[in-house]
Design a binder for this molecule. Structure first.
Ligand code: AMP
Length: 467
């Protein structure tokens, strides 16, 4: 049996192919049958353009149903799908194209799909083995060269099936999809759950308050990054009533603030289900659908995922399991560095696992601050600052310091008096952990997935302790 991911996903499509796969904001729909037909034509056009099994197909386009058609067509044609963030500059794209050497690079999804309509369809998916590549996802890499995580057909299918099961997806679900689709969250995690259950997606090109609120009246599941939830909470029209039809709100790609979790529960009576994942392994841990979801914890390792902490208590999280990537594209040395001798992937995230097995993440290893020889975990300080009145969110960074090597500085979104906030933090934190300076800003810099870009903060505030 072919392990082609498209074939396996399509087994979940509804028997009645006239059922909708996409529901658009204007109320119009596209059916599973129409999607399937367009995929067959687009796959044929890829083959006609010379795409052979294992060739890369790169796509840099706005989010659209046609982009999804091309993703699925690439799988069906046996190609390796390479999505690129629309925000990448030509120089960045140039790097990806040189590195991945795609056979085809598409920048006009509607045009491609329209042209494909004139080509005789490819009916049978090209046979692929479980270990063949389905996709390469370039990591957002804030330092050094961006690395292409190689994901196989079997790895993506395994993760999709796990999530479909643990999050209780059924054909009667309606998934609200407002995420970008150049990233694993919107591309794999969300869409594969919908495909495997044959359910429709309310398809929004981006997060827009009014459209999301309208979509929630029909949706049963929403997946989002934490900023989606903070934006919803900032809107008074997001009420208990507005959230009442949704059976689960799922969050990931960046840490969910405990205050967001609490405010969301207060407003809607529902607890956000937080999960943790990364490009290299799709989803790794999840809070339970049934059972306690705890603020600040990313839940339990998925079935089949072996997770361990390197060190006593808190340390770098290592994982092994069927959904872990095969390595970095054309970087065997980098790949070898990031796996242990016994085959665990070193995630680069620091965390701990409690006696119940729940995982608590305290940040990226590269954000760890070493001040005067002591390790300082930014999260511990952020949790203290975030409790103070006037603080919406804080980001703690290490900046160069003549005596300590690095010293703790906090960048706070919100308002307050620096000296007072430092004094209040000092009552709860040892001196070496207490910020030497607190800078107030209106907004923290974030990437498209809502992650705070601490590398930018480190650059911007590098001199804050000087003089
Ligand atoms: P990416 O490869 O772009 O998906 O980024 C993966 C990284 O996002 C992980 O290694 C984590 O640092 C972070 N991340 C994802 N989900 C969570 C979460 N729920 N809580 C904290 N960090 C997260």
């Amino acid at each position: 049996m072919s392990a082609n991911l498209y074939t396996r996903l399509a087994e979940g499509f509804p028997g009645d192919r006239s059922a909708a796969v996409f529901i658009f904001a204007d109320g119009s729909e596209l059916s599973y049958g129409a999607l399937e037909t367009q995929v067959s034509h687009a796959a044929a056009l890829l083959v006609a353009r010379g795409v052979e099994p294992g060739d890369r197909v790169a796509l840099q386009v706005e989010k659209s149903p046609q982009a999804v058609v091309i993703y699925l067509a690439a799988l069906k044609a046996g190609a390796v799908f390479l999505p690129l963030n629309i925000a990448y500059t030509p120089a960045e794209v140039d790097y990806f194209l040189r590195d991945a050497e795609p056979k085809v690079f598409i920048q006009d999804a509607p045009g491609f799909v329209e042209e494909a309509a004139g080509v005789a369809p490819l009916d049978e998916a090209v046979a692929r083995g479980p270990d063949d590549l389905a996709s390469i996802i370039y990591t957002s890499g804030t330092t050094g060269r961006s690395k292409g995580a190689m994901l196989t057909h079997a790895a993506l299918l395994d993760n999709a099936r796990s999530l479909h099961a643990i999050w209780g997806f059924t054909p009667s679900d309606v998934l609200l999809h407002a995420l970008p689709i150049f990233h694993v969250h919107g591309l794999f995690v969300a869409m594969h759950c919908a495909f495997l259950s044959g359910c429709p997606m309310i398809w929004l090109p981006r997060f827009n308050d009014a459209e999301v609120l309208a979509g929630l009246s029909r949706a049963t599941v929403m997946m989002g990054v934490p900023t989606f939830y903070t934006r919803l909470l900032a809107n008074p029209q997001f009420t208990r009533e507005a959230a009442s039809g949704v059976r689960v709100f799922i969050s990931g790609s960046a840490p969910l603030l405990e205050s967001t979790f609490a405010e969301f529960e207060q407003r809607t009576g529902k607890r956000i289900l937080e999960r943790y994942g990364m490009s290299e392994a799709a989803i790794i841990t999840s809070n339970p659908l049934d059972g306690a979801r705890l603020a600040g914890s990313v839940g339990f390792p998925l079935p089949g995922v072996a997770l361990r902490i390197d060190g006593e208590g808190t340390g770098v999280i290592q994982i092994k399991g069927p959904s872990v990537f095969k390595g970095y594209w054309r970087m065997p040395e980098k790949t070898a560095e990031e796996f242990t001798a016994d085959g665990y992937f070193i995630t680069g995230d620091v965390g701990r696992q409690d006696e119940d097995g729940r995982v608590w993440i305290s940040g990226r290893a590269k954000d760890l601050i070493i001040s005067g020889g002591y390790n300082v975990y930014p999260k511990e300080i952020e949790l203290v600052l975030d409790e103070a009145p006037g603080v919406i969110e804080s980001a703690v960074i290490g900046v160069p310091h003549p005596d300590f090597g690095e010293a703790v500085v906090a960048v706070v979104m919100g308002q307050g008096v620096e000296a007072e906030l430092i004094a209040a933090a000092r009552t709860k934190l040892a001196a070496y952990k207490t910020p030497k300076r607190i800078v107030f800003v209106d907004e923290l810099p974030r990437n498209a997935m809502g992650k705070v870009q601490k590398n930018l903060l480190r650059e911007r505030f590098a001199d804050v302790l000087a003089g």
